[in-house]
Ligand binder design. Structure first.
Ligand code: BTN
Length: 335
């Protein structure tokens, strides 16, 4: 453990009580002058540390920045989030995670940023990542599955995120196939899965997750007003919601589900996704690239994560991927 981390650990353990400079110096094996320097670094990172000439130092407030130290403080996982790359700013955490994965980063590596300058959404769209207001992160996975099983893993991720949000905030969201999370029809969470491998074996999978946490209406660009929402806009809590607690709950929930995948499949998550589905029963259009779409009524979610549509001639169509648009009127044409 680095000296700075050691000092922080002691201050945190004292839970707001004063610790003398002498004691800090002894426990970390450095001089009192060096302690002073380390405390300055912690303050620069956003920790509020009071000093009193006679009593010493006490931690008044932790930083709100999601530093690795903060993410791992109280994180109850074995693998997810044990290796962390944290950035104040990055173009896209998915892009960075793919580079790291290609260089051999271990399963469970978390790439997280306070803001993204070029956050990517599905279908080549942009993803707005307001600084410090949301959770913008990517997880590197190395699942032993074939590409066809990918839909199942992204569903697993979406359900884990929805469950974690419910656990921490009490907010019940809905899952829009394949992996968006909505509240009241407005987008709260987006997931972008990108994989690298052969058809029968995945080399690595990067799961990028964007969660609108503390934005106000004015933080969203005008074109998203009415279609995007944040947890803060729904919650009745005073003050900002804890991004740290939400992230930790997601990592835990997802790790457990992921570990159980080979033995138990996605049965339990599927049941949750059906119960809280924003899609089933609706008339929808699935866009699968420029000019390619399928219309139908969403009638079932399958155990491999695919969606079954009933087409205009009552034919059953199985869909593995695509972008879903809800339709107001009954199906007229079949694209
Ligand atoms: C979508 O709904 O279109 C998916 C959005 C995914 C956004 C997240 S934010 C973290 C990660 N990095 C990216 O560039 N994109 C994903």
């Amino acid at each position: 453990m680095k000296v700075m981390e050691q000092i922080l650990k002691i201050l945190k353990e004292k839970r707001g009580q004063y610790v003398s400079g002498e004691m800090l110096a002894q426990s970390s094996g450095i001089t009192r002058a060096a302690i002073w320097k380390q405390l300055g670094r912690l303050r620069e990172l956003g920790y509020v540390i009071e000093s009193s000439p006679r009593k010493g130092y006490r931690l008044v407030k932790s930083t709100l920045t999601l530093l690795p130290l903060e993410i791992q403080d109280g994180l109850d996982t074995n693998c997810f989030g044990r290796a962390i790359y944290q950035q104040a700013e990055v173009d896209s955490t998915n892009k960075m995670a793919k580079l790291l994965a290609a260089k051999g980063a271990v399963e469970g590596t978390l790439v997280i940023a306070e803001t993204q300058t070029n956050g990517r959404g599905r279908m080549g769209r942009n993803w707005t990542s307001t600084a410090g207001q949301g959770l913008w992160f990517s997880l590197i996975l190395r699942p032993k599955i074939n590409m066809a099983a990918l839909a199942g893993i992204t569903l697993l991720a979406a359900v884990s995120v929805a469950k974690a949000i419910h656990q921490v905030t009490g907010i019940q969201t809905q899952i829009k196939w394949p992996n968006d999370i909505l509240y009241d029809g407005r987008k709260l969470v987006g997931i972008l899965a990108e994989l690298h491998g052969e058809p029968d074996l995945v080399n690595y999978l990067v799961l990028g997750i964007g969660i609108n946490v503390n934005q106000t209406v004015d933080d969203f660009p005008p074109e998203l007003t009415g279609t995007a929402i944040s947890l803060k806009m729904i919650s009745e809590e005073d003050g900002p919601l804890s991004r740290r607690l939400i992230l930790q709950a997601i990592l835990k929930e997802f790790e457990v589900a992921y570990d159980r995948l080979t033995t138990f499949g996605i049965t339990e998550q599927l049941a949750y996704a059906k119960l809280h589905s924003a899609t089933l029963g609706k008339m929808v259009r699935i866009s699968q690239g420029v000019g390619r779409f399928v219309d139908g009524q969403a009638i079932a979610l399958e155990s491999d994560g695919s969606l079954l549509l009933k087409g205009a001639d009552a034919e059953i169509i199985r869909i593995y991927s695509g972008d879903l648009i809800e339709k107001a009127s009954p199906i007229i044409s079949q694209g």
